[in-house]
Every structure is written in structure tokens, then in C-alpha cells.
Design a protein around this ligand. Structure first.
Ligand code: PTT
Ligand code: SF4
Length: 612
């Protein structure tokens, strides 16, 4: 078998044992890698209803067949577990040197199970696995942790770690790597923390099995150069993702004031142009020639790398329009290992709830200094407020009451990323049906919706586009495992990825083969949720009710008086379900499961609910 090492490293932290398991071509072809491998493993191995922060949950690191190969933007790795934030399947995707090292060490996936009784970090060098004491770095932020480990092992190793957020089981804590790289929004950092696993260091030295090594090397290096040239011509990485901010403000889709507002006159102060002018460094993931990590100095003079989501959620959504202060909040999230999107949503929800009189507290929109203090409390779960904020907006709303759930900006428990959809039905559907909770990574349909269709249409074309993008973004790029930016930002054709895949594996796949794997993964992700929540119905695919509330419509600007309509949103959901082959509850039918080779999985779900 080429393309895959065929090996899985399984580590048990309870008794400090490990073994190397193998998988064959059937598993490889059916699930390909990354999200596919992680999902199938969690589905097969987790009993439904287990505590995500208990020893039975598994922390998974998985890559795909082109991961780590010198070719455009192949430096990404998937981290996954049952999510403590949502209770469903959870994962994330981050740029890291782990991608290359895990493959060179001889593995496609690492499964960490059990729970250590004291802080530990793992050192993996090919077949050598060491369980090392982490007391010296436990309690430290990710910057100090990385420096400590780099000093010991050198800067070239692969490294994943958590900060105080993960250690203290903050439910939106992430896994960190490299400068400014973070992944695993649905609390995957807390799963590491629950296992008392502070970090994984990995170093590999074996060749990655490639069917046509010379052909792949030539093609990959050529394409890396070409992508770099296109980027220079288009100038995309001058502003990187942050170019989106000015556009969102213009089209009234910017998160402002806990997403109650959609634009702000001061938005220009934190936009991509200002950011680029303040740039002091640029970072990127391995194997990338369009590096987008724009780094500036924060209010305290520290380097902080900002993307659009970070600025939207920690800036405009909190009414904070001082770039250096936004950078400070971002720095703290990176250091504590908290997700910037959820952290921004949590703080905005807290300020909103105080403003509505639903809860008493000492925090207002625009107060950057207090926001910094609250982040520290939430990361360390210090005080009653810290504990409240550490649990994410849905649990906060349930504790606060007073109908505050209506404006807790989340779906399935995961906070909505930085697109305000009070009048973007297609993007609202993308958040509603995102299989890990609200995340734009699955289907960024907003530009299609606003540029190529009527914004107020709820027609089948929007559902079709959401599915098309889910297949590519949440499917292909998450199981082959590569950064999607060459495709989405520079128009790098998808056919290149079949070419890389075929050169690496020796197979002869076309894009349609990828789409079948994507659809299989999406249906199994839905089955995962249904097995956890057998009373599943379509309301779990709804965005927050405030987006349907006419009282929440803008009073001025491009979408004044406009708001989503629930009845029409239900029609859009019907289109989506019908095109996916799911029933009216949003559950894959028996027939769909059969077509996607999920018969066994369907039989398992039938133990919990009847399929149509
Ligand atoms: C991703 C989510 C995003 S998506 C952003 S900014 W973005 C936020 N980044 C955070 C951060 O940084 N620090 C932090 N403490 N929390 C953060 N939370 C937020 O996390 C990321 C890039 C970006 S920048 C995006 S869109 C693309 N995402 C990809 C993806 O998901 N899959 C894929 N195959 N390719 C992608 N390419 C792009 O990668 P999550 P990264 Mg992150 C500081 O993982 O859990 O999905 O959350 O990965 O290496 O940092 O690169 O405007
Ligand atoms: Fe990483 Fe940005 Fe390059 Fe993608 S484009 S690989 S996110 S640096």
C-alpha cells in the first residue's frame, strides 16, 4: 500500500502502554485519512453517552495521504475527540510540523486513551515512546511551554500543546502548535487536559511511502512555486483572511455587539489594511508559499498573529476597535489555548446579558482591560464568573435563564464564527448544518449568497451550494488533509488534489470518488450526533432565535428592516435534507446509508432511533 503508512499508534495514559496497530487498503480507501479516520475510530470505539472529559474519551491526531508531502499547503493535521462543549463529534485542523513528523515516524494516526494520574507529555521518535513528567510546564501558557520543549528537543520537532485553558477544562480550549496556529474549537484542548496530557513532541526519520516519489516531488515543488507566484500576482496574503473584514462591514454581515449589529463606522480601525501596516512578522504553516499569518505587536508589546475570525470576534463583536487591544486579547487566547471565536462570543454574550438585565456583572462592551481579566478567569476557572464563562454560551444561557438562550450565538453548543447572518439565509443554513456545531470551515457560502444569488432567496440553489462546499471544505480538505486556501483564495483547481492523491497512492481516483467519501463522512457525523441525542429533531439545525426576531432587525444601513424568516428557513432545511438524502428530522435515511456503504452504522443507529 502506498500513500498510507498503514500504522496507528495507540497510547494508553492510564497504564502507560502503547501498541502499533495496522489497517488495510479497505479502511484507507473508505475513510482516506484525517477527519475520516478520526470519525470512524470514535464511532467504533466510543460508547454513546460517555463523559467527554473522562478516561473513556479518546484524543486523536490524524493526517491524510498527501499530508507532509512537499506540495501546496500540506502542513495540516486534524485533532479530534468527542466534544466536551457540544457532546457531539468534534475536530479541528491546524498547521503544524507534526504533520510531516507523524508520517516520518511511521504513523497515519495517533489515538490517546485513558487518563494519566499526573501531568505528562509524550515524546515520540519513530518506535520510541516516552512518558515524561510535565510538572515543570503544567500551569504555564503555550508560549512558555513551547519554548521549554523547543529548548530540549530543537525547533524542528512537531509539537502540540495546551495552555491553562485545556488544563482547567475550559470547554472551548484548543490545541496549539507553532506561532499562532491553533485547532480543535469544540474543546479538544480540554480533552487533552482531562488526560493530564500537556504536550506531544514528535520526531520522525523514515521515508513517507509514495507510489511515484520522483514524479510527486517534481510536481509538488513546481506547484508550490506556481501557487507562490499566483499569490504574489493577486496579493492575497498582503491582508490574508483579514481582507474579509471591510467586506463584511460593507455588506452588513460583521459581528458587532454580540451580533446584534452588522456594521460599525469604526470598523476600518481594525481592518486588513491597518493590520498590514502594523505588521512586524509573518508566520505560516509548513509547505506553504502563501503564508497568511500576519503578526503585529499587541498593547503590551508582544507579538500576536491575527486572522479575520480573531479580529471579528475579539474586536467588533465586543465593540473594541483598538487594534493593539484586539491583538492583546488574541495573544491571551493563544497563550491560554482558548478558541478566539468562542472566547469572543462568550464575552459578548456576557456583556449582552448584563445589558439586558438577565445577570449582574461588571463588564461592558468596549472594555478591553476587563475583557483581558475575564479571559484569565475563564481559562483558569477562577471564581464564579470564571466558571460561568468557561462553559460556553449555551450552558451560560441555561444557567442565566431569562430567555437569554435566544441570543446565545451558537448552534449545537459551538459558538458561531464571525459572520452575522441575521439576513444571510444560506450562511445561516451553513452554520445550522455544520457537523461540529457552528463553524464557517464547512461551508463558506456567504460570498456566493451575496454575489451570485438574491440575498433573500431561500431556494434549492442555496442548499445545493452549501452541500457542494461542505463536500470540498469539510470533506476533501479534511480527509486528504491540506489547507484549502490555495483553492478558495487563489482559484487553484481541485483537480490538482486528485493528481497528488493518485501520485502518492498509485490509485486512479476522480473527484467523484472524493465526493462519495465526503458524503459518507457527513452522514456518519450525523449518525454520531443522533446516537448521542436519540431525540434528534431539526431544531438542532436551527441558528439562534434572535436572527428570526423582527425586533432585532437593523434600523439603518443596507439591510434595514430585514431579518431571517423561520418558515422559509424550514423550507431551506427541507431542500438541504432532501438533497442530502436525509429525512425531515435531518437524519440520513436507510437508503442513503446503503448507497454510502454505511449499512452497519445504520443498524447501530437503529438501536437508538428508527430510520426512515
Ligand atoms: C479554526 C478557527 C479559525 S478559522 C480561526 S481564524 W480562520 C481562529 N484561529 C484561532 C487562533 O489563531 N488562535 C486561537 N487561540 N483560537 C483560534 N480560533 C479560531 O479557530 C488557520 C487557517 C485559517 S485562519 C482558516 S479560516 C483555514 N482553516 C482551515 C481548515 O479548517 N481546514 C483546512 N483544511 N484548511 C484550513 N486552512 C485555513 O487555516 P479549527 P491554523 Mg485552526 C491564532 O482549526 O478548530 O477549525 O478552528 O488552523 O493552522 O491556525 O490555520 O480566518
Ligand atoms: Fe497556513 Fe495560511 Fe498557508 Fe494555509 S495559507 S497553509 S493557513 S499559512
Amino acid at each position: 500500500m502506498f500513500g498510507w503508512t498503514g500504522n496507528i499508534l495507540r497510547i494508553n495514559l492510564s497504564n502507560r502502554t502503547h501498541k502499533i496497530e495496522t489497517f488495510g487498503e479497505e479502511f484507507a480507501k473508505k475513510w482516506v485519512g484525517g477527519r475520516g479516520f478520526a470519525l470512524k475510530t470514535l464511532w467504533d470505539e466510543l460508547k454513546p453517552g460517555i463523559d467527554p472529559l473522562g478516561p473513556e474519551n479518546k484524543f486523536i491526531v490524524a493526517v491524510g495521504p498527501i499530508a507532509g508531502i512537499p506540495a501546496p499547503n500540506t502542513g495540516k493535521t486534524v485533532v479530534a475527540a468527542k466534544s466536551p462543549l457540544t457532546g457531539g463529534y468534534g475536530d479541528g485542523n491546524l498547521g503544524t510540523r507534526v504533520t510531516e513528523h507523524i508520517r516520518k515516524a511511521g504513523y497515519d494516526m495517533i489515538i490517546v486513551e485513558g487518563q494519566s494520574d499526573r501531568p505528562v507529555y509524550l515524546y515520540i521518535e519513530n518506535e520510541k515512546i516516552e512518558y515524561l513528567p510535565a510538572e515543570e510546564i503544567w500551569g504555564k501558557g503555550t508560549y512558555d511551554t513551547h519554548n521549554w520543549l523547543y529548548k530540549k528537543y530543537g525547533k524542528g520537532v512537531g509539537l502540540l500543546s495546551i495552555g491553562q485553558g485545556g488544563e482547567n477544562l475550559n470547554l472551548y480550549s484548543m490545541v496549539r502548535s507553532l506561532e499562532g496556529r491553533a485547532g480543535g474549537r469544540p474543546g479538544i484542548g480540554a480533552v487533552m487536559g482531562s488526560k493530564k496530557l500537556k504536550a506531544i513532541v514528535i520526531k520522525g526519520s523514515k521515508p513517507i511511502p509514495v507510489a511515484d516519489p520522483d514524479g510527486m516531488r517534481k510536481l509538488g515543488l513546481d506547484d508550490l512555486r506556481k501557487v507562490g507566484e499566483i499569490d504574489k500576482k493577486t496579493g492575497w496574503s498582503i491582508q490574508g483572511t483579514t481582507g474579509v473584514l471591510a467586506w463584511c462591514n460593507e455588506v452588513a454581515a460583521l459581528p458587532v455587539h454580540n451580533m446584534r449589529k452588522t456594521h460599525h463606522p469604526d470598523a476600518w480601525k481594525i481592518d486588513g489594511e491597518r493590520l498590514n501596516k502594523a505588521r512586524v512578522a509573518t508566520y505560516g504553516c509548513p509547505n506553504c508559499t502563501m503564508r497568511c499569518g500576519i503578526t503585529i505587536l499587541d498593547h503590551e508589546g508582544r507579538q500576536s498573529e491575527l486572522d479575520y475570525e480573531n479580529i471579528g470576534m475579539l474586536g467588533s463583536n465586543l465593540d473594541i476597535f483598538e487594534l493593539d487591544q484586539v491583538a492583546s486579547l488574541n495573544y491571551l487566547c493563544d497563550d491560554y489555548g482558548l478558541d478566539t471565536i468562542s472566547a469572543g462570543a462568550v464575552l459578548a454574550f456576557y456583556a449582552d446579558a448584563i445589558e439586558q438585565g438577565a445577570v449582574e456583572g461588571n463588564f461592558q462592551f468596549g472594555d478591553a482591560e476587563m475583557a483581558k481579566k475575564l479571559l484569565g478567569l475563564a481559562a483558569k476557572r477562577e471564581s464564579e464568573v470564571g466558571n460561568l464563562l468557561a462553559d460556553g454560551t449555551l450552558r451560560m444561557a441555561r444557567r442565566i435563564g431569562h430567555n437569554s438562550e435566544a441570543y446565545a450565538m451558537q448552534v449545537k453548543g459551538l459558538e458561531i464564527s464571525a459572520y452575522n447572518c441575521k439576513f444571510c439565509p444560506g450562511m445561516a443554513l451553513a452554520f445550522g448544518t455544520s457537523p461540529i456545531g457552528a463553524h464557517h470551515k464547512e461551508s463558506w457560502v456567504i460570498t456566493f449568497e451575496l454575489n451570485q444569488t438574491q440575498r433573500d432567496s431561500y431556494g434549492p440553489e442555496k442548499a445545493a451550494k452549501v452541500i457542494e462546499l461542505q463536500r470540498i471544505r469539510g470533506g476533501l480538505f479534511e480527509f486528504i488533509v491540506a489547507c484549502r486556501f490555495p483553492w478558495i483564495e487563489l482559484g487553484w483547481p481541485l483537480e490538482h488534489y486528485t493528481e497528488y492523491f493518485n501520485k502518492v497512492t498509485g490509485l486512479k481516483w476522480a473527484l467523484d470518488d472524493f465526493w462519495k467519501v465526503s458524503d459518507r463522512i457527513y452522514s456518519l457525523m450525523k449518525f454520531f450526533w443522533v446516537r448521542e441525542f436519540p431525540d434528534w429533531d431539526r431544531t438542532r439545525d436551527y441558528p439562534p432565535m434572535v436572527w428570526f426576531d423582527p425586533k432585532n432587525a437593523d434600523t439603518e444601513g443596507p439591510i434595514a428592516g430585514k431579518i431571517l424568516e423561520l418558515e422559509k428557513y424550514n423550507q431551506l432545511l427541507d431542500h438541504f435534507y432532501q438533497q442530502r438524502g436525509w429525512d425531515k428530522r435531518g437524519i440520513p435515511t436507510r437508503r442513503t446509508a446503503e448507497v454510502l456503504d454505511l449499512k452497519e452504522e445504520a443498524a447501530e443507529v437503529e438501536k437508538f432511533t428508527k430510520l426512515e
